[in-house]
Design a protein. Structure first.
Length: 272
């Protein structure tokens, strides 16, 4: 903890939020993150495309929920270091009165959280420093000030759950969160997998595990299980680039192979 009460930024080992920022071309990482991220890029050269594909899925899903489904409340856990457009910017572009609560457990994300507070005057945003494995995020008074849980919410767990291995009970965590949401709420998630390039993603896992962040990539059926009790909206759980693309994906040959090897799963489910 620093004297201001903020958690200390740990630069002794790589952190997933800062490595992700490195893949996305951001500047908020330390040498230890660069070394680990470069090791990942060596075994999985498509990782930057995975990060971009994931980010753009988050944008499309948020836009679709705000425009087509009328969602006005968003909770985004595992937010990451701000990278414009952030979720509230996408949601508030579609619906200026949208209210967004962000949560992450990383000290560097907290350091930049002020960027996530630049709400439209009609809407509202908040940030909670919290760990999805331990903290009752939906019960937090900061969240309840912004979000009315009696009304539909879009809960985003985008590229988060592969950082929650089975021994941390990820399915119980997700069902515990969804149980608190009103009917008509949505679960939005994406998740890395071995299914599209086993060798590369085995190599990626080794780098993360060695750096002190245990990851667990999951198969399609395991990702679908996070949506138990929910109605998956089309196109169901699919490769993220195939989830309602803005334009038809027309890659062929090497380009198509690259896109496939970079793929992670994505899906959106509605609580009946
Ligand atoms: C790969 S980034 C994804 C960022 C953003 N959701 C996106 O998809 O662009 C994963 C984020 O999850 C956060 N994270 C990992 N484990 C977490 C936990 N147990 N509780 C809260 N946040 C966590 C990391 O700090 C990181 O910011």
């Amino acid at each position: 903890m620093t004297t201001s009460g903020k958690p200390e930024i740990d630069t002794s080992r790589p952190h997933s939020a800062r490595m992700y920022d490195y893949y996305l071309g951001g500047k908020d990482w330390y040498p230890v993150d660069e070394v680990a991220a470069e090791k990942v890029i060596k075994v999985c050269p498509q990782i930057r495309l995975t990060a971009e594909t994931n980010r753009s899925f988050m944008h499309r899903a948020t836009r679709a929920l705000a425009t087509e489904y009328g969602v006005r409340q968003f909770v985004d856990i595992g937010t990451g270091i701000p990278t414009p457009p952030n979720l509230h910017q996408v949601a508030q572009e579609a619906a200026p009165d949208a209210r967004v609560v962000y949560a992450d457990h990383d000290a560097t994300v907290l350091e930049y959280a002020h960027v996530l507070m630049r709400s439209t005057p009609e809407g509202r945003t908040a940030y909670i420093n919290a760990d999805v494995r331990e903290d009752p995020i939906l019960d937090s008074p900061q969240l309840r000030e912004v979000i009315d849980l009696d009304k539909p919410v879009a809960l985003s767990l985008v590229a988060l759950l592969h950082f929650v291995p089975d021994d941390c009970k990820p399915y119980e965590i997700v069902s515990g969160l969804v149980d608190k949401l009103a009917s008509g709420s949505f679960l939005v998630l994406s998740h890395c997998t071995y299914d599209f390039d086993q060798v590369a993603w085995q190599g990626v896992k080794k780098v993360y595990d060695a750096g002190g962040t245990t990851v667990q990539w999951r198969a399609k059926e395991e990702v679908e299980s996070f949506f138990d009790g929910l109605e998956l909206i089309d196109p169901q759980v699919t490769a993220a680039h195939d989830w309602r693309p803005d334009a038809p994906v027309e890659a062929t040959g090497e380009e198509a192979d690259l896109l496939r090897s970079a793929a992670l799963y994505a899906g959106v489910g509605r609580k009946p």
